[in-house]
Design a protein around this ligand. Structure first.
Ligand code: N01
Length: 532
């Protein structure tokens, strides 16, 4: 079956839903979205692991393009949990009447640009074809699960799960010995919840990680009312902050603050909890000396919480600057290691060698488990796009154009791939920003661009190769003005996937500057793009 459209959107998470709404209801296009899952939700549809919760605060983690939506919805907790976010996204989808134009259970297998007709031909696993003038990918940055290729996994007699492909019916850990590999944001959220249920939890840690308490609480009626009354101001704040959050980074510098005062500031931030910790000082991510003060504070906290000195030493032996990897926030993560049924295994010094029929085998021991949880992250940012098998003009494949790392303009378009837009693609702030803010900015920009093309009777838009060269250099330069590339094993750099090129992928110049750049490009008639 072939369906002809003005535009096809791939994905029905936060990004795909808003993109569909924008193109359909604002521009009046004939548009559909296809979604691999059986429902809306994207990241939150797949990541149902125990403890899954957002680390943006709820009052900034939603759509802000419609005041009506903001006034009608009420979050119940400081940080929304996975189930509540799913309820929210379903509420938004129903309110905007989106589901009728989303084809669920539809995985895209390839997308090819036909130069003669100037149309994208998109094929699905079910054998369907969509032919569309515009193709917008809204596939998320963290949607391609990474299960390390440990030999023997297929022989494992127990059950195993990746946190990003969690069974919808849940997993019962009661009476089970569980081995969890990975201590990123996901593992740090999951460990306390699994430990509370399982007979025993063994955490396999390769790289020790920082974490700050989230201090999640139910929201009181006064705060809920405040959010309703100040919807506009809250939105404005998220547009003024570096990372689209609802809090501002302090002007003061850690290096200029006397040690006792600095300690008080960190202590207060620790008590307040959440990602605001990294907003305590403006130099935290640009000066190693400043960062050391934060790193030292968190490491001391870990050692003060964890009672067993050996475990405490392993957990606080962190080799990268604070927040150079995505900083997790947690609920009782370090406290979990004080439970009698939890143990920590260092797989940095003694790496995992294989999976046996009964458990996990490291260089010096075998750990028998009934269930393995892979909290091992994702082939981030480029992975979800590469798996679409996109082929542009002249039969050139995206995987070849990006063989040495992502190359695009503004994170939005790739040279040689006309009328293809990538929402929150590499080279844009995306994962360094509160995602809904980054998403709304991209969708608004893409929609305005398509609107402009229709008004002017233009058929195609394509990033110019020289704009791509300049943008790639800028993304790289901005990253290297920060400490971010110092976390050499981070997924920001692709380092978690064997063989993936090491390129710092997100745009580190901040959302405000990025938005201004995109707006200026549009105001100058889409400078740097070829329009025909
Ligand atoms: O994945 P990760 P994640 N042997 O890549 C380890 C977002 N998120 O799913 O660091 C042993 O961060 C790996 O070790 P190392 C957020 O943006 C948001 O936790 O590579 N270990 C690491 O410890 C986050 O950053 C929220 O040495 C192996 C872990 O697995 C992103 O998703 C919640 C290994 C992977 O950590 C990804 O987080 C959750 C191997 N072969 C996630 N391979 C919220 O909003 C990998 N590891 C709250």
């Amino acid at each position: 079956m072939t369906t002809e459209l003005d535009a096809l959107v791939i994905g029905a998470g936060f990004a795909g839903m808003y993109q569909l709404y924008s193109l359909r209801d604002r521009l009046g296009l004939n548009v559909k979205a296809v979604e691999a899952g059986a429902g809306v939700g994207g990241t939150w549809y797949w990541n149902r692991y125990p403890g899954a919760r957002c680390d943006s605060e709820s009052h900034v983690y939603w759509y802000t393009f419609s005041e009506e939506l903001m006034k009608e919805w009420e979050w119940s907790e400081r940080y929304p949990g996975q189930a509540e976010i799913m309820r929210y996204l379903n509420f938004a989808a129903d309110k905007l009447d989106l589901k009728k134009d989303i084809q669920f259970n539809t995985r895209v297998t390839s997308a090819r640009y036909d130069e003669a007709s100037k149309r994208w031909h998109v094929s699905t696993e079910g054998g369907e074809t969509f032919v569309a003038k515009f193709l917008v990918t809204a596939v998320g940055c963290l949607s391609t699960a990474n299960v390390p290729k440990f030999p023997g996994l297929e022989s494992f007699k127990g059950d195993w799960y990746h946190t990003g492909q969690w069974p919808h019916e849940g997993v019962d850990f009661t009476g089970k010995r569980v081995g969890m590999i990975g201590t990123g944001s996901t593992g740090i959220q999951a460990a306390p919840v699994i430990a509370a249920q399982a007979k025993h939890l063994t955490v396999f840690q390769r790289t020790a990680n920082y974490s700050v308490p989230a201090r999640n609480v139910p929201l009181d009626p006064a705060f809920k009312q405040y959010v309703k009354d100040h919807a506009r101001e809250i939105r404005a704040t998220t547009h003024e902050t570096l990372n689209g959050m609802g809090f501002k980074i302090e002007d003061r510098k850690a290096v200029d603050t006397p040690p006792e005062e600095r300690e008080k500031i960190y202590e207060a931030a620790w008590e307040r909890g959440g990602l605001q910790f990294r907003a305590s000082f403006q130099d935290m991510l640009i000066s190693k000396e400043a960062n050391d003060t934060a790193a030292d504070f968190v490491k001391r906290k870990i050692r003060s919480i964890v009672k067993d000195p050996k475990t405490a030493a392993l957990l606080s032996d962190i080799d990268h600057p604070y927040a150079a990897k995505r900083p997790p926030i947690d609920t009782d993560y370090f406290e979990t290691y004080n439970r009698a049924n939890v143990s920590l295994v260092d797989v940095k010094s003694k790496p995992i060698q294989r999976i046996s029929e009964t458990g996990i085998v490291t260089e010096d021991a075998e750990y028998s488990v009934d269930i393995i949880v892979f909290a091992t992250g994702f082939d981030a940012m480029t992975g979800p796009l590469q798996r679409l098998n996109i082929v542009g003009r002249g039969g050139v494949a995206l995987k070849d154009v990006w063989s040495e790392g992502p190359r695009n303009y503004l994170g939005l378009q790739v040279a040689g791939f006309p009328n293809l837009f990538t929402v929150t693609g590499p080279g844009s702030p995306s994962v360094l920003c509160n995602m809904p803010v980054a998403i709304e900015q991209h969708v608004d920009w893409i929609s305005a661009c398509i609107g402009h093309m229709r008004t002017k009777g233009l058929e195609t838009i394509e990033a110019r190769p020289e704009s791509v060269d300049k943008w790639v250099a800028e993304v790289n330069e901005l990253a290297h003005k920060t400490l971010l590339p110092m976390a050499t094993h981070s997924w920001y750099l692709g380092a978690n996937i064997p063989g993936k090129p090491r390129v710092f992928m997100p745009y580190a110049g901040g959302m405000v500057r990025y938005r201004e750049t995109c707006d200026a490009v549009a105001a100058k008639g889409y400078e740097g793009f070829a329009l025909a």
